[in-house]
Write a protein that binds this ligand. Structure first.
Ligand code: C2O
Ligand code: CU
Length: 482
């Protein structure tokens, strides 16, 4: 396995060997050539500022519909200070832009593909028709456009959009094709939560850079991606006022799981997950996010004197604490008035309809060290023509989903629906999993039971592991609602 560490170690080793074999004349020359090709390294932690991604503006706002036009293009942007890194982007933004939508108000987006590869745009967590779902085979090629319509007939939720072109989705997302889609509803807007500049979307992810500061994509590169980016910058700082902030966290990594905490062990108030607000907020000192999961978290910085610096830390590998243990730093730089409040009740969730069908799903991946491990759903790789589950429209079902692996973590994502978790490993789920979700983590050997109701669209959709390298390797299957 080639890791970033071993690549760098190799370069240093080669220079050392040169010194040994060529004697006294060479050090100066080798020092010069070393300077000329000096490897780009990540900046020291907390030396770059975390930006807030721009909100997309509609090209028209008419009747009940907002229309957007987005161009996918390759651009170079600064991630590491002083280095231009080539990226695949929506409209040139890294991380992708934020689209703000309202429940009950339609969004139409025309995407122009100015890249060199076919693409497909999926609205993750969206209740959309199959033609608008951006499925793995429903791609459009370079130089063409595709229009997606999102009715937003669902409660407020932290959705996101990302590439889904089969076998390419993992590399495309890794190289930048992901954006945030914040859907709000009337109930949410009536709550006195932190808003405006105090509601901040943060996309977290990992990355791997080569010595020239360019992204390196290697399939299933579990150990190589040890640079941590927050809103597209490596371990940045973010200046805050001593008041409450609402952070809309998204783990847009291909494969990295985060377990987040504040460096002083301070409490955070979690108010929502993938499918929107929880019924009740809860306080916690840690937030876990597997790839594609979202957390809606309020942090009250009023408990800190101006001048305090608090690090958002990550306690999960792979990678050493030095590489992956620090995510970003909040610098409390001023005071500010704070009329915001986190109410005791955030929303009322509808009762779950009685489930009449039970299914079991098993995720697994070859972990015997073979060259090309397969990703499997119920023992099979994805076949776009095979319908793996046929569901009668209108039914509610219970799916029991297991990660059969001993070492490899997975998670489970279904298109079309927000599901409810009933159990994790036979026990009731914790408060962070008590709301509607579309992605659920599965550490090795874990089993979850989930409840889903298929009463919106008919048609074929996928379910898959959202460690995107795994789904690209085949850990995906089809369900058809009819
Ligand atoms: Cu986030 Cu099938 O996708
Ligand atoms: Cu997986």
């Amino acid at each position: 396995m080639v890791t970033r560490r071993s690549v760098l170690g190799g370069a240093i080793g080669a220079a050392g060997a040169g010194l040994l074999t060529t004697g006294g004349l060479v050090p100066l020359l080798s020092a010069q050539s070393a300077q000329a090709t000096e490897a780009v390294t990540l900046p020291a932690p907390f030396t770059v500022r975390m930006p807030v991604p721009p909100v997309l503006s509609p090209i028209s706002v008419l009747g009940g519909q907002d229309t957007y036009a987005v161009t996918m293009k390759e651009v170079a942007r600064e991630i590491i200070p002083g280095v231009q890194t080539k990226l695949l982007t929506y409209d040139g933004h890294f991380p992708g832009p934020v689209l703000r939508a309202r429940s009950g108000r339609k969004v139409v987006i025309r995407h122009r593909n100015s890249l060199t590869m076919p693409v497909s745009v999926h609205l993750h967590g969206g209740n959309v028709s199959p033609e608008n779902d951006g499925g793995p085979m429903d791609t459009f090629g370079p130089g063409t456009s595709r229009t997606y319509a999102y009715p937003n007939q669902q409660p407020g939720a932290a959705l996101w959009f990302h590439d889904h072109a089969h076998h390419m989705e993992s590399e495309h997302v890794f190289r930048g094709l992901s954006g945030t889609y914040l859907l709000s509803d009337e109930n949410e807007r009536s709550l006195p939560l932190p808003a405006g500049q105090y509601e901040v979307p943060i996309a977290l992810r990992d990355a791997r850079f080569d010595d020239a500061g360019q992204l390196v994509y290697v399939m299933d590169d579990v150990f190589g991606r040890t640079a941590i980016l927050a809103n597209g910058r490596p371990t940045p700082y973010f200046e805050v006022a001593a008041r409450k902030y609402r952070f809309r966290l998204l783990n847009s990594s291909n494969m990295r799981f985060f377990q987040l905490r504040l460096s002083d062990g301070g409490q955070m108030i979690q108010i929502g997950t993938d499918g929107g607000l929880l019924e009740r907020p809860f306080t916690t000192d840690t937030v876990g996010l597997s790839p594609a999961e979202r957390a809606d978290v309020v942090i009250d910085f009023s408990r800190y004197p101006v001048g305090t610096k608090i690090v958002l830390e990550n306690t999960l590998g792979p990678g050493t604490p030095d590489q992956v243990g620090k995510v970003l730093r909040f610098d409390v730089v001023r005071t500010a008035a704070d009329p915001s409040r986190v109410p005791d009740v955030l929303r009322t969730l509808p009762a779950m309809a009685k489930a009449t069908v039970q299914r079991t799903i098993v995720l697994s991946m070859d972990e015997d060290g073979r060259e090309e491990p397969r990703g499997l759903m119920d023992g099979q790789e994805w076949d776009y023509q095979r319908i793996d589950q046929t569901i009668a429209h209108g039914t509610s079902e219970i799916w029991t989903v297991t990660n059969a692996n001993k070492i490899i973590p997975h998670n489970f994502h279904m298109h079309l629906v927000q599901f409810r978790l009933l159990e994790r490993n036979g026990a009731p789920v914790g408060p962070a999993e008590a709301g509607p979700k579309d992605t659920v983590r599965l550490f090795p050997g874990e089993t979850v039971k989930l409840h889903a109701t298929f009463d919106s669209y008919k048609g074929t959709y996928v379910y898959h592991c959202h460690l995107l390298d795994h789904s690209a390797m085949g850990m995906m299957a089809n369900f058809r609602v009819r």
